[in-house]
Unconditional design. Structure first.
Lengths: 308, 351, 304
């Protein structure tokens, strides 16, 4: 799978008109001779097939080329940026899963009631919000109108001079708004889905059996039905990773969070092809790994899957 | 018999309020079950037998509703007047239910041992350990080999017959006074069917439980029941002791059912059927609900809804033929039902 | 999953609906859905305003730049109900003009995505076998790449990306989900009895595909497409905000963000109103999509 993604990236690069050294912004007025030397440096003058083989070979060992903008290997640049993005996405994912499942289940147990309808309408509205807009609004409210949270970045100016506890608090404060932005959106989406999934499970026979055993209604819903309804939600969470990534890109821009998204946006401005393509590739890798983790979780919750 | 009956259902009415109209699934059903007896409830799909069973334990969900005026007396209480906690104390504890489809009736994500033990935990406040041990005991009782190991398995790992045994174990673990079995053998192979029925009969003898056996299969009734209720159109149309029902059925519907059963040792060119289909519960016909399919119906049947007539001791029938037996003549336009020889022979055993 | 028997015994399941075609039933169900109708009305209003206003307004409504210095960055007031931006343009006017661009781009790219996805998925599902597996593996791999990152990569490599390019690129990155959906539907329909019947009557593959199977596919694709429109509006706005999408002289709602972010948050009205327009539109689209989904689902169930 990654192989296909990599091949695709290669195709992309070479389908594009021109190459990094023909009249790009980073090297205006490059005389033909220097351009030729640079090209051969980057191996762009060899035959297409040779380049393809080299490319794949490089990807396999993790070599994604040199970042034009940074002058350092792409893998190095991304190696620093990626964990930050993962921190952001991970926090958001955990928060939205927990809150979304709880909200969806709570709604399903009160199906049709006023509370359910209000929550449902709210979720619909929230799920329709663009991430960067929500981020901007949160920024407006919580940083400028009520100065509760810092306006961006991953750590504050005086981070190094703080005590360990202070440093932790500082990090949390900086993480709060960006991850909250993503989490709020995620919660709305998951809650809607979880509610539907739970309502789907409730008419099943085994739920009736549980009632016939004398189990209290609350446990029927939260223990018997929910455990079954979690399964599709876990699958959904796994499938939503690429979208989450996209959201992270925008949120990082709004909050100046120095992760992969911000790097990608900067790379765009600088026509840094290797970096940009590297981001896409790396994103795919993360998603695939995420998918594998989801499979494991799925098997943990649903014993029927384990048999296969 | 001086002992009061264990369960007395009086004028039970369960209606479903759907967008297509009000479906009177159970429309005035009354019967009793004595301690230690097995009552068979028989009828086609759509006659209301399952809904009756679910109503007893108040497992009817909206848009269904048990109507006012119904009463279900059990162990000195009207089950319909209990609060939520009250009815929960009865479910699985004093009255237990065995469902039809063993695969879908069990929760796929919990072990079978866990699901059986849960009943003990809920009703006897047993510890996890104690409840688990009891569950394993029950698995032995229902004849599952290697019970300790099986208890740790999941429903999808067991065969249909074993799952049904698990359901039986789950129903009996608190030694209930009444077990309602809703088509417990329909989803199983014939050989397994026989085993399950034997098991139920065996357990009943040992534990003295009453059983309400709901089925559409007269063969099952013949095997396990002492008394039978025949249902049609949301009502009881005939009630009798088993022998009487098979030897001298009164209601044309019962007659039709018996005729429809293929019998070993009798040559038939064609399987007899009862013509027509069950009418929808949103629109029961006026008068007698069976009249459109009845070979003897005359104009009184469309006009007057028949009450339950007393035919003999412990034998009632909801048919005007009780008052006008000379009308029991096949109409010329009625489709031939069987070869016309009445059910004069006693049952030859399960077909 | 094996078939589920629902706990309530089926009551009245042979009471028919009465003769109307599935489409009529669906349309009627949709009309009864108040929120979906609300969404449609909102969208209709936006579309009409967007198309008509520039036509009837005096002069070149969408390009006018009156007094460059004096009207810069004015908060909402009587003359300019939503304020002005840093280039002295009326925010309301920009919203209306931007609507055309944003909506057109979203609609067209979803059209591209739906078309490509349906064709791809139909072929894969119908042909089956190894070809199907290969095609779907490719789609799975493509689905794994976060769309935004892919878009950024493409935007970098093909710089500058015109409007047509943008539509194409958005469309070509959005068809994967549709193709999987279509493929599943076609693959299962392939084994249905009516296909065998059609074949027995001598119908060729293409005719079977187009005439018999594709109509089944229309409604889920329609729902997916509607949801996709909402999605793309947001993505396009985001990309433009980052500088990668719509470029001057064209302007979409995203462009307003791009321009407005400079003085944010003191000059808050540009971004907030642009965002509000986005939210309202996407919300309306989602309401319609939800309503469509329920209406089209309903016709497949027998009478309750």
């Amino acid at each position: 799978m990654i192989f296909i993604a990599a091949s695709l990236s290669f195709a992309l690069i070479h389908l594009a008109p021109g190459d990094p050294f023909s009249g790009s912004i980073t090297s205006p007025g490059l005389d033909p001779e220097t351009a030729r030397i640079r090209r051969s440096q980057y191996g762009l003058d060899r035959s297409l097939l040779q380049q393809y083989v080299t490319f794949i070979g490089n990807v396999v060992v993790g070599n994604l080329g040199q970042s034009i903008r940074h002058g350092r290997p792409v893998s190095e640049v991304l190696g620093i940026a990626l964990p930050r993005t993962l921190l952001l996405m991970g926090t958001a994912l955990i928060l939205s899963f927990a809150a979304g499942v709880a909200l969806g289940a709570w709604q399903a147990a009160r199906r049709g009631s006023r509370a359910d309808r209000v929550a449902g309408a709210t979720s619909l509205v929230v799920a329709s919000l663009p991430e960067f807009w929500l981020g901007l609004v949160l920024l407006l409210v919580f940083t400028y109108k009520l100065p509760l949270f810092p306006g961006g970045g991953i750590v504050g100016y005086m981070h190094d001079s703080l005590s360990p506890v202070g440093q932790l608090i500082d990090r949390v404060r900086h993480l709060a708004l960006p991850s909250l932005t993503l989490a709020v959106l995620g919660t709305a989406t998951i809650a809607r889905f979880q509610r539907a999934a739970l309502l789907d499970v409730l008419p099943h026979d085994f739920v009736r059996t549980a009632r016939a055993k004398g189990v209290a209604e609350r446990w029927v819903v939260y223990r018997h039905a929910l455990r079954n309804a979690l399964v599709p939600t876990i699958v959904l969470a796994g499938l939503s990773l690429p979208t989450l990534f996209g959201g992270a890109v925008f949120v990082e821009s709004v909050f100046s969070w120095p992760g992969m998204g911000l790097e990608a946006a900067a790379a765009f401005a600088a026509r840094d092809y290797p970096l940009v393509v590297g981001t896409a590739l790396l994103g795919a890798v993360i998603v695939v790994i995420g998918g594998m983790i989801t499979d494991v979780l799925h098997a943990a919750v649903d014993p029927r899957v384990r048999a296969r | 018999m001086t002992q009061p009956p264990l369960l007395t259902v009086s004028d039970l009415r369960t209606y479903f309020y759907t967008s297509a109209g009000v479906a009177r699934a159970v429309d005035g059903v009354s019967f009793t079950i004595a301690a230690g007896e097995t009552l068979g409830i028989v009828g086609e799909s759509g006659c209301g037998k399952s809904v009756t069973a679910l109503s007893i334990l108040r497992l009817i969900q909206p848009p269904g509703r048990i109507e006012a005026g119904s009463s279900i007396l059990f162990e000195g209480q009207d089950l319909l007047k209990l609060d939520d906690a009250g009815i929960r104390r009865v479910r699985g504890n004093r009255i237990a239910m065995i469902f039809q489809e063993p695969m879908t009736a069990l929760n796929p994500v919990f072990t079978v041992g866990d699901q059986i033990a849960e009943v003990a935990r809920v009703h006897a406040s047993a510890s996890r350990r104690a409840a688990w041990d009891r569950a394993v005991e029950m698995l032995t009782l229902v004849g599952i080999p290697a019970p300790a190991q099986r208890a740790r398995e999941y429903p999808h790992q067991l065969s249909g017959g074993m799952r049904q045994r698990v359901l039986i174990a789950m129903a009996l673990i608190m030694n209930p006074a009444l077990v309602i079995a809703d088509e417990p053998t329909t989803a199983l192979d014939v050989t397994i069917q026989a085993q399950i029925l034997e098991l139920l009969g065996d357990l009943q003898q040992r534990l003295g439980t009453s059983i309400a056996m709901i089925t559409h299969d007269l063969g099952v009734i013949a095997e396990v029941a002492s008394r039978v209720l025949v249902m049609y159109g949301g009502e009881v149309v005939e009630e009798a002791r088993v022998e009487a029902l098979f030897e001298v059925p009164h209601h044309p519907y019962t007659e039709g059912l018996l005729h429809a059963m293929p019998r070993v040792g009798r040559r038939q060119e064609r399987l007899a059927v009862i013509p027509g289909t069950v009418p929808p519960p949103t629109a029961w016909p006026s008068g007698c609900r069976f009249r459109d399919r009845c070979p003897y119906a005359w104009e009184r049947c469309a006009r007057e809804h028949p009450p339950l007539y007393q035919i003999g001791p412990g034998h009632t029938s909801r048919c005007h033929l009780a008052e006008e037996p000379e009308r029991r003549v096949r109409r010329p336009d009625a489709v031939a039902v069987g070869k016309g020889d009445g059910p004069t022979q006693p049952m030859q055993g399960v077909a | 999953m094996t078939s589920v028997s629902l706990s309530q015994p089926q009551v009245a399941d042979d009471v028919g609906v009465g003769g109307s075609s599935p489409w009529e039933t669906a349309l009627r169900a949709l009309a009864r859905d108040r929120s979906a109708m609300l969404g449609l009305v909102v969208l209709g209003v936006i579309a009409v305003v967007a198309i008509v206003t520039p036509l009837i307004a005096p002069g070149d409504y969408c390009i006018a730049q009156p007094d460059i210095i004096r009207l810069k960055n004015i908060p909402p007031s009587a003359a300019h109900p939503l304020g002005t931006d840093k280039f002295s343009r009326d925010v309301l006017a920009r919203l209306i003009c931007g609507a055309r661009v944003s909506l057109a781009i979203a609609f067209l790219s979803v059209l591209v995505a739906a078309t490509v996805g349906t064709i791809y998925g139909a072929i894969a599902g119908y042909v089956g076998g190894i070809a199907d597996s290969v095609l779907m593996r490719a789609v799975d791999a493509l689905l794994a790449i976060p769309r935004v990152l892919l878009l950024i990569a493409v935007a970098t490599l093909w710089n500058p990306l015109g409007i047509t390019g943008l539509v194409l690129v958005l469309g070509l990155t959005g068809w994967f989900g549709v193709s999987r959906l279509v493929r599943t539907l076609v693959a299962s329909a392939r084994h249905d009895d009516f296909v065998a019947a059609a074949r027995a009557l001598g119908a060729g593959d293409v005719r079977i595909l187009v005439h018999h199977i594709l109509p089944r596919v229309v409604s889920p694709v329609l729902v997916a497409g509607t949801l996709g429109i909402g999605n793309v509006i947001v993505i396009e706005a985001g990309l433009t905000y980052l500088g990668m999408g719509v470029q001057p002289p064209h302007a979409s709602w995203g462009s307003m963000f791009y321009d407005g972010i400079e003085y944010f948050p003191s000059v808050w009205w540009v971004c907030v109103f642009a965002g509000a327009a986005l939210v309202v539109t996407v919300l309306a689209v989602n309401l319609v999509a939800d309503g469509l989904r329920e209406a089209l689902d309903a016709r497949q169930l027998p009478a309750r």
